[in-house]
Write a protein that binds this ligand. Structure first.
Ligand code: SF4
Length: 190
């Protein structure tokens, strides 16, 4: 079971926070919307619930979802590239999701989520895994109209990307209204 996984115990013990694995698992088999994220941050590690942080507030606003809708596991699956907080690097930025997590768990989770009709890929790690791309985040997001109809690639909603949002106003003006309409359609019809 993912919730009991401790594969990265030694790796996390060696980080600045010396924390233990705490997988944040938030999905159910019947979900229609998948939010494929990166990895929990420290606040989510402490809460045990995904996106309980300013990134989550921004993501919910992007999607037009209330907290109740966002956390309805029967409709929305939240599956990061790693289920545990990876720790900080020397600049206090989150370390990348441990690759072993995706290798160990991801394919079986995706198989279980066979009813998903909208894939929302949040951040470069999710873009690379789900799209098999090596392109940078801006290029992938800017080409959103060329992605399959059921896939949206987003930048990470972190405050670190506030400058990116200012540089790319088309994201909020053009992409988000289409994404919100698609999310609403699925939430209303389920
Ligand atoms: S990050 Fe993934 S592989 Fe590592 S301990 Fe957590 S659940 Fe296990």
């Amino acid at each position: 079971m993912i919730a009991e996984c401790r594969i990265c115990a030694e790796r996390f013990a060696a980080t600045q926070t010396a924390h233990r694995p705490r997988p944040v698992v938030w999905f159910a088999g019947g979900a229609r919307i998948l939010i494929a994220g990166q990895a929990p941050g420290l606040r989510v590690h402490e809460s045990g619930k995904p996106f309980t942080d300013p990134s989550g507030d921004r993501l919910r606003a992007w999607l037009g979802l209330s907290e109740a809708q966002f956390y309805d596991r029967e409709r929305v699956a939240i599956v990061p590239m790693a289920f545990c907080f990876p720790g900080y690097d020397a600049k206090k930025a989150d370390l990348p999701p441990p690759r072993i997590c995706g290798e160990t768990w991801h394919d079986s989770v995706m198989d279980a989520l066979d009813g998903v009709r909208l894939h929302i890929l949040v951040g470069g790690h999710a873009h690379r895994y789900h799209l098999g791309t090596r392109k940078g985040v801006t290029e992938v997001v800017r080409d959103w109209r060329s992605l399959p109809e059921d896939v949206f690639a987003l930048p990470h909603p972190s405050w670190r990307n506030t400058a990116w949002l200012k540089r790319n106003p088309w994201f909020e003006a053009e992409l988000l209204p289409v994404l919100r309409a698609r999310v609403k359609e699925l939430m209303d019809n389920d």
